[in-house]
Design a protein around this ligand. Sequence first.
Ligand SMILES: [Zn+2]
Ligand SMILES: [Zn+2]
Length: 183
Amino acid sequence: MATASIVRCTKCAKNAGTITCEGCSAKFCRRCFDNHRQDLSKELDNIVYEHDMLKQELEKPNENGTHPLLKQIDNWRKESIDKINQLADRCRTDVVKLIDDNKNQLVDRFRKITNTIRDSRSDENYDDRHLKMWITQLKELKDELIKPSNVHVEVDKQQPSWIQKIIVREGSHQQEEVNDSKL
Ligand SMILES: [Zn+2]
Ligand SMILES: [Zn+2]
């Protein structure tokens, strides 16, 4: 005669597991089953709380600039502007130095012209050709002062992606659909 084996409660492993939970298929004794229901009830409370929080978020009016995606754009803007400012500052420093160097050379050249003109004038040692030469030399100095031939500012075409453009894309959000009929 075979002894009917008693299925023990999965929770307390002491009493007989007489009630099966449909959800997790575990077998419980009455007391443990009640506890299990209480646990599920607490879990549901948590879910309802999360649900209510989300509802509040959804009902809140859009505040300007607070969305993470907008923050992302703002960050890109700031980082790009910072990059531009830093490079512009560096280039300005370089140009100021080169212009200064250039000016010092021009002052030297100008002093020589001054001396030549002064001497020629006092000695009355000049003619039309000298006048023409000095006019040319002074014009050259003036041009060089306004537009120094040793400095150029130009776009570096070697580096087209120095500041990378951002774009906004509308993509398919892969929504995981919860199929209620499965439950
Ligand atoms: Zn039990
Ligand atoms: Zn269960």
